[in-house]
Design a protein around this ligand. Structure first.
Ligand SMILES: [Zn+2]
Length: 222
């Protein structure tokens, strides 16, 4: 197998396994949610096939498409969100993974069209501030992808709440994008609960900046 072939085989297995995290953390219902990964150095991505249940997802069922969503390898049609994933990869070269879910608390904020304010240190750490809202966009052309890219360009956040739809998250690889989707749902739930009890307090921008810088540079194992 060529080295690109090996990379694709590895990414298909990784992306199949990462879909298990979406169900584990309660981010998806039925088949509505998908993970993709860019194939480094190629104009290709691997992504979930359309309408396949998470229990049946294996490396063999994950499909390979170009960055316009044309099927390159695999037996099934790609996810109906493939155009949005491809648009993100075409316009954000630093992104190596994209995740989309309709996780309930994040989607509730999207339904209200309200950004999640930065009221938790973990939000400053993980997202560099609040979670922005992207435009309302119809499925089927570039408008979802364009909305994601335009919103994330003006933000440090790897997550965007597409209005009346739900969250998309990005990362340098698929695992980071899945982590962002899990963390997003966690903060969306906590800030929602805080709102029921009163008005959560904002964190000063200087402190947000310091927390974000520290977390990006210092946190974790050396
Ligand atoms: Zn959706």
């Amino acid at each position: 197998m060529s080295s690109v072939g090996q990379t694709i085989a590895d990414l298909r297995r990784t992306v199949a396994e990462l879909h298990g995290e979406l169900t584990r953390y309660g981010l998806v219902m039925w088949t509505a949610g998908n993970v993709s990964a860019r194939v480094p150095g190629e104009d290709l991505m691997v992504i979930k096939p359309s309408g396949v249940s998470y229990d049946e997802l294996t490396a063999a069922t994950i499909v390979v498409t170009d960055l316009h969503g044309e099927l390159v390898e695999g037996d099934m049609s790609p996810s109906s969100d493939t155009a949005a994933h491809g648009y993100v990869y075409r316009h954000m070269p630093e992104v190596g993974g994209v995740v989309h879910t309709h996780s309930p608390y994040a989607t509730a904020w999207a339904a209200r069209g309200e950004p999640i304010p930065c009221v938790l240190t973990m939000m400053a750490d993980e997202f560099g501030g609040g979670i922005p809202v992207g435009p309302f966009a119809m499925i089927g052309d570039d408008s979802i992808g364009r909305g994601i890219v335009e919103t994330l360009r003006d933000s440090r956040s790897p997550a965007v709440l597409m209005r009346n739809h739900g969250p998309f998250t990005v990362g340098p690889d698929a695992r980071s994008a899945v982590k962002a989707a899990v963390m997003l749902e966690d903060v969306a739930r906590t800030v929602h609960i805080a709102h029921q009890l009163g008005k959560p307090g904002d964190i000063d921008q200087d402190d947000v900046d310091r927390l974000h810088a520290r977390y990006q540079n210092v946190y974790g194992q050396a």
